[in-house]
Design a protein around this ligand. Structure first.
Ligand SMILES: Nc1nc2c(ncn2[C@@H]2O[C@H](COP(=O)(O)OP(=O)(O)OP(=O)(O)O)[C@@H](O)[C@H]2O)c(=O)[nH]1
Ligand SMILES: [Mg+2]
Length: 324
């Protein structure tokens, strides 16, 4: 069953890909086993895409930009997949990106695959699934994978940890206070795009570009092989999107030529291995009945400040290690 599904995915069968993503998103233990087998089987077919993270405040134009870029790329015979990491789905079970992912033309473009965000209990849960979905999309032949997230400060790091390049979209204006964007997020950006550079806002957008270029000079570059760029675009009018793509390609060449792309991905994979290990250990621990029975009392003792959290954690681990 795994091998047949893997073969369908490799042949570019979109329904098989959608089915496989549903499998990796499932919380059922038997599904998790199948998903793991499938990913292992497809591993040799992964890694050949450009992995792009895109973030920005609500309403800045992420969906419009991705639609414009996606359609531009498919015209050049690229296969584009769009995945979403939605930090709100973890909290509310609802979704910022889900209903508002208005990529109407890209969604029906035969060379594109648009997948709304999974609902996960934790942001970690959502991003685990997104990483796996990314690998599945690569195995299905998509050569540009875009991972979108809303810039509300929780999910950008997670997205940057699974992508090659991080694009930050900003609105014109507000250069002084960096639009409330946390400095740490600015530091993740390899390309800052000031969107909505059209109509009345065109001049302001250019001014904003100057402001950010000045601001970025004082920031530590993520890598010696690339200086973060700031450009304007109008996603609505499809302006600057080709330039942004040229910058993405320049970034990829710089990191490929220096060998950094391979080492970056290798490090990301190793970090992922350890975060998976931590998640699996915690969920295994919580499933033990002996542990479950001691949790209420321990939590109560920590809540009422009778017991230091560290001591409570040590007791949990001791009991866990004493199991079977
Ligand atoms: N003038 C102008 N408007 C734009 C541009 N890009 C997007 N918009 C408009 O801005 C609004 C929000 O655009 P979206 O693409 O939905 O923004 P988003 O960042 O995906 O928003 P969320 O998913 O809600 O976070 C829409 O009304 C767009 O038409 C642009 O380049 N110029
Ligand atoms: Mg959107």
């Amino acid at each position: 069953m795994t091998e047949a599904l893997a073969a369908q995915i490799r042949s570019g069968d979109r329904r098989a890909l959608a089915k496989a993503i549903t499998l990796v998103e499932s919380t059922r233990p038997d599904h998790a086993e199948q998903a793991a087998a499938l990913l292992e089987e497809l591993m040799p077919n992964t890694g050949q895409s450009i992995r792009l993270g895109i973030s920005g405040a609500p309403g800045v134009g992420k969906s419009t930009f991705i639609e414009s870029l996606g359609n531009y790329l498919t015209e050049q015979n690229h296969q584009v997949a769009v995945l979403a990491v939605d930090p709100t789905s973890a909290v509310t079970g609802g979704s910022i990106l889900g209903d508002k992912t208005r990529m109407e033309s890209l969604s029906v473009n035969p060379q594109a695959f648009v997948r709304p965000s999974p609902a996960g209990k934790t942001l970690g849960g959502v991003t685990r699934r997104t990483r796996e979905s990314l690998l599945l999309c690569e195995a299905a032949g998509y050569d540009v994978i875009i991972i979108e997230t809303v810039g509300v400060g929780q999910s950008e790091t997670a997205v940057s940890d699974m992508t090659d390049m991080f694009l930050l979209l900003l609105s014109p204006g507000g250069g002084d206070d960096l639009q409330g964007i946390k400095r740490g997020i600015m530091e993740l950006a390899d390309l800052v795009l000031v969107n909505k550079a059209d109509g009345d806002q065109a001049n302001l957008a250019n001014q904003t570009v100057s402001d950010y270029r000045a601001a970025l000079q004082f920031m530590q570059s993520r890598t010696p092989n690339w200086t973060p760029q700031v450009e304007v675009c109008s996603a609505l009018n499809n302006q600057g999107v080709d330039k942004a793509w040229a910058t993405v390609q320049a970034f990829c060449s710089a990191l490929t030529d220096s060998g950094e792309l391979n080492s970056l991905r290798a490090q990301q994979a190793r970090a992922w291995m350890w975060s998976e290990t931590a998640e699996l250990l915690i969920s295994d621990l919580k499933q033990h009945s002996a542990i479950q029975s001691m949790v209420p009392e321990l939590e109560q003792a920590v809540l009422s400040a009778e017991l230091p959290a560290t001591v409570a954690a040590q007791r949990l681990i001791e009991h866990y290690k004493a199991q079977d």
